[in-house]
Each structure stands twice: as structure tokens, then as C-alpha cells.
Design a protein around this ligand. Structure first.
Ligand SMILES: [Zn+2]
Length: 221
């Protein structure tokens, strides 16, 4: 088990999954990435993922998941639904039910095809924004199910699970990837790279984390 040095990273070209890519490249000898194309509101996401994968010289798999849009029309895939945070315990409008269930399952099937035992995902419980399939208990449960389903011994890694956004910036920094993640990744719902549009919920979350991290860093120096 420990000798398997091949990993698949679930990769969107965003801050979290790019940080996970750098984490995986440090930990495993061979890393490949997989991006799910589900008619995202900004097609730029798949293009950014492709560019970063080329840049980092890792094999990039793009899987067509457009069926997700058939199952769950939502703000990330439909221009006529506004992106907004959930209020009073409601799920945010960006929610695609079961998305991580599907993504992690497909990523693990791909891992089996390429002989990888490790699957890395940037899901995170700390910034839990109403996505039940980002929770640690869900990922652990799915890991068991995937192993049972394929009679195999995959390990699903979640390096960001207990980090807040500031700590995720800290991890990128420790990995020597702070500037890269800051300028090359796409988190913004409006498709603006790097620091983004500054207006959407994803930009707010990213900026708050970045400001907090930079303030903490400044204090410790
Ligand atoms: Zn934005």
C-alpha cells in the first residue's frame, strides 16, 4: 500500500484543488489530475485546469459530466439562476446534490484504471457552507464503499479537510506555491482569474482568507 506512489487529484483549477495538486506532487512520485466538465457557468474553469496541468506537466483527464446539469440545474451551470449564499440554513444556490459523491467515485474508477491507489480531493469541512458531501464522515464512508465496490484499497486524501481559508493559503506558501496559486487559479464565479471579480461569494471567501493569512504572516515576522 505505502509503496504505491501514484495519485489522482480531483482538479478544477481553483485555489483549493491547485494547492492539493502541489501537495500531491510533493508526496507522490506520479500525479495525474482529473477535471469534470459539467457545462460550468464559466467554461474558463476547464481551460484554466488544462493550462495549469500542462504547466505542471501532469497528465490531465477531462471527464464529461454534463449529465449533472440534467439532474440538477443550479447557479453554477445555469445563467438564469443567481449565485448567492444560503440563508437560514438553506443550501447555497451553487449546490449540486451529490456532486462530490459522483466526482470522487469517478476519480477513483479512473485511479483504478491507471493503477493509482491514492485519490486527493480539496473538500473541506471547516468552511462548511452547506455541502453535506464535503464532510469528513462522508468522505471516509465513501472511501470504505469504493474499496468494497472494487475490492481494492484506495486511500482518499483530504489535505484541506480541517483547514480554514487562511490556513489553505499557508499550506500553498509552505509548498512554495503561494504566488502561483494566487495568480494562476480560478475561484471566481464570474470567471475572473487570480484575485477575481471581488464581488461574488467565492471572491469574498477567497479574499477574506488571503487577508487573514497575510495579516497573520505580517504579525509573525
Ligand atoms: Zn468573483
Amino acid at each position: 500500500m505505502e509503496t504505491n506512489q501514484k495519485a489522482v487529484v480531483v482538479f478544477s483549477g481553483g485555489q483549493d484543488s491547485t494547492t492539493c495538486l502541489f501537495w500531491a506532487m510533493q508526496k507522490f512520485a506520479h500525479v495525474e489530475v482529473v477535471t469534470f466538465d459539467y457545462d460550468q457557468r464559466h467554461k474558463a474553469e476547464v481551460e484554466v485546469a488544462k493550462e495549469i496541468a500542462e504547466d505542471q506537466q501532469v497528465t490531465h483527464h477531462v471527464l464529461d459530466m454534463s449529465l449533472l446539469n440534467q439532474l440538477a440545474p443550479n447557479a453554477l451551470t445555469r445563467d438564469d439562476i443567481e449565485v448567492k449564499d444560503g440563508e437560514d440554513g438553506e443550501l447555497p444556490s451553487t449546490f449540486v446534490p451529490g456532486r462530490n459523491l459522483l466526482f470522487l467515485s469517478f476519480a477513483t474508477i479512473l485511479a483504478r484504471q491507471i493503477g493509482a491507489k491514492h485519490v486527493v480531493t480539496g473538500v473541506c469541512e471547516t468552511d462548511f457552507s452547506g455541502y453535506p458531501d464535503c464532510r469528513d464522515v462522508f468522505v471516509k464512508s465513501l472511501n470504505v464503499t469504493l474499496n468494497l465496490s472494487m475490492d481494492d484499497e484506495f486511500v482518499v486524501h483530504t489535505p484541506l479537510m480541517w483547514l480554514d481559508k487562511a490556513e489553505t493559503w499557508g499550506m500553498a506558501d509552505e509548498l512554495g506555491a503561494f504566488d502561483y496559486v494566487r495568480t494562476k487559479t480560478l475561484t471566481c464565479y464570474n470567471g475572473v482569474r487570480g484575485d477575481g471579480c471581488g464581488e461574488c461569494p467565492a471572491c469574498h471567501l477567497r479574499k477574506n482568507g488571503l487577508d487573514t493569512y497575510l495579516a497573520q504572516k505580517g504579525e509573525s515576522q
